[in-house]
Ligand binder design. Sequence first.
Ligand code: GAL
Length: 737
Amino acid sequence: MKNKVLLFVSCLFIMTHLSAQLHLSFPEARFKTGDNISWKERTFDDNDWKQVKTSIPWERQGYMNYDGYAWYRIHFFLPKTMLDKSYLKEKLNFYVAKIDDADEVYLNGKLIGKTGTFPSDPEGFVSRWEIPRNYIVNLDDPAVLWDEENVLAIRVYDGESSGGIYADIPTLQIYDLIDGLDIDYTALNDYNESEYHIYLRNKLPQTQSGKLQITVEDTQEGKMLQTITEKIEIAPLKVLDKKIAFPGNTRIKINVTYIDDKTSKFKNKEIISYYILTPPVSDFPKINGPKVYGARPGHPFLFTIAASGIYPMTFEAQGLPKGLKLDRKTGIITGKPEKEGDYKVILTAKNEKGAARGELLIRIGDKIALTPPMGWNSWNCWGLKVDQEKMLQSAHIFKEKGLMHYGWSYINLDGGWQDTRDSKGNMLPNKKFPDMKALGDSIHALGLKFGIYTSPGPRDCAGYLGSYQHEKQDVEIFAKWGVDYLKYDWCYYSEVFDREKDTSTSAYMKPYLLMQKHLRELDRDIVYSLCQYGFDDVWRWGAAIGNSWRTTWDITDTWESMSDIGFNQYPYYSYAGPGHWNDPDMLIVGKVGWGEELRNSRLTPDEQYTHITLWSLLASPLLIGCDLSQLEPFTLSLLTNTEVLDVNQDPLGKQAQRLIKDKNIQIWVKELEDGSKAVGIFNLGNVDEVYDLLFSSLGYPVVNEVRDVWRQTDIPNITSSMRLNLPSHGVSFLRIR
Ligand code: GAL
C-alpha cells in the first residue's frame, strides 16, 4: 500500500513539475563515499566533496564497483516569496527520485524520511531500489529555514551493483491547491479510431474550480481538430471525465490546461496519441523471423517457423539437416542434427489465401545466437512477484497474440524463483514454482524456449539464492528442466570478489568462465547471457565467454534512463557480431511495474518509437518486459513490425555506428547483409525539429532507394537530400540503398 501511495505522489510530482511553479530542482549535489552521521548537519563543511549528478548512478561518475555507504549533500536557498505565493501553505515535498538501495534523508540535520533499511538496522539490509522517494515536511516545521541556506543530506547504502540516486532529477515542491488536482488519461485505440479519457482528479477535501482548456491537434496535417474551453468545478475527492474521440490513426497532440480560479496557477499536460505506424497484418502468409539459425550437433534442436497471416497454416521445410524433422501443422522443427555444416532450407507456409516461401540457413556448428535473441523476460513487469502461472500465461500469449509469428521465441524467468538447497545441495524453486520441469515442457510444446536466471554469487540481487560453489550442480538441474537460456547476474558475487582482492580482468572473467565450462559440458544449447552491468569493460572480453553481456545498469521506463543507456552504446559497436551481442537491457514498452502496480510505460509514443528503433539498430537482444495479458494494439504494433525486426535480426550482425551528432540530432547507421543501410535519425531535444538530411553526410552522393521502415513504404523522388519532421524525442527510421 505504501508503495502505491508513493507511486501516486510521484506521478503527481512529475506532473506538477510541468507547471513550473513553487519548485526547485537539484540536478547536482556534493558527494562522498563512506558514512559519518555528522554529515547530516547543516553546518558541516563539505567544500572538498566531489560534485556529482543526481540523476545517474555513481558508478557512471567515477565510482565504479563501489558498494556501501555514501552521502549526497544539496545546498539550496529557500525564498520566503515561495511561501507567500502558496495558497494552501501546508506542505513541502522533497522528491528524491529513486535510490539504489536504501536511504535516510535529513533536512538541516532533521530526519525527514527513510526507505529500505541499512545493514546496521535491527531488521538488516532491505533494498527498495525501485521506489520513487517523496518525503513530506510541514511548512511550519522549524527545520525549514526561509530566506536562508538549507541543506538536504541524503545517506545512501548500496548493497550491490549500481548505487545512488537515479532515474530522475530530485526536486522540492511546495504543495498547493493546484497539486491537489491530477491530470491523467486512458487511451483506447487501434487503426480505425481513438478514444481518450482525460481525468481531472480532485484529491483535496475542498471543491476545485477553474478553467479547463483542451486542444486537439492533428500534427501530421497541422490541423486543429477541436478546442474546448469551459469553466469547471470538481467536488472534493471527485473525478471529472472528459472524452475525446477522433477517427483514424494519426499522431494527435492533446493539450490539457487547467487554471485554478483562486491562485491562477495552472497545470498542463501534453498527450501524444498512440499512433500506429506498422501496417495492419495481411491475411496472406509471410515468413518472418531470422534468416540464419545456429545450433550444435547432437543437441536437442527446437526452431519454430515464424509466419504471419491467417491460421490454420501448414508448413514445409526442404533441405533440413539429417536428424531434424518438421511438424507440418505447427511449423515446429525438432530432433538432433547429426553433422556440422551449412544447410540452406527452403521454408513454405500455406493458408487459405496462398503460400509464401522463405529461406533459412541452418548452421550446425559451434555457435548459437547467430542473431540477437528475441523473447520475453519476467522482470520488468512482475519483478519478484513472478510465478509459474504467469510464466505459462506469457508463453500462451506468445502464441495467441501471434508474437511467435514474428520470431519472438524465449520465455525467460528472471529472479524470484529460487528457494533453498536440499540436503544434497540441489537448488529448489520456491512454492510459486511447483513444477519447473512441467513448465519447461509446456513452453517447449508451444514451440518456444525456456530461460532461467541465477547468480554466480551466493545470492542474487534481490537476496535470493545464487549458484556460488554449486555451478555444475545447478546447470545440470537447469538442463533437466529444459532450460535454453541462462541469465547469469553478478549481484552478490561482489562479496566473493572483494574477499579475493583481485581486480584484474581475469578475476572479472572467472565466475563467468567457470559457468561457461559447465554449460559446455551439457548436451544442450543454452544461450549464455552475462549480466554484470559493464564491469571491466566486459564488451572487450564478453564474446569469448557468452552470447551477450549487459553493458549498463538496469533500465527504467523514463526518457532519461532509456536515452542515457541507448545513446551511450556507440563505443561498443565493433564488439557485437553473430553469437555475441551488447545488451543495453530489456524493453520498457507496454505495461511495466517491476512487481509494483503495473502502469503504462512512461515513455511517450515518440519515445517508444525511438526505443525500439534504437534497440533494433544496436542489434540488441530484444526482451519484452511487459505484462503480455494487457498487450494493446499500439504495443503489439511496436513489436511486430517485420521490417524493424529484420534490421535487428539482420544476418550480418553489425551494430549501428553513430555517424552524426549535431546538437540534438543523432544519426545512427547499421550496415545490412544486402548492402543497404538502416538509418535512424533521432531528435534528442525537447522541441520538434525539421531536419534536412544530406545523404552525402552518410557517404552517399545519391541514393537509389529510400524506404520508411516503420511504415514499410518506399519514399519516391529522393536523390541527395530529404526533409524530415522529427518530433521531440522521436525518430525517423529509413533503409537506404
Ligand atoms: C538486477 C538485474 C535485473 C534483474 C534483477 C533481479 O541486477 O540487472 O535485470 O535481473 O537483478 O534481481
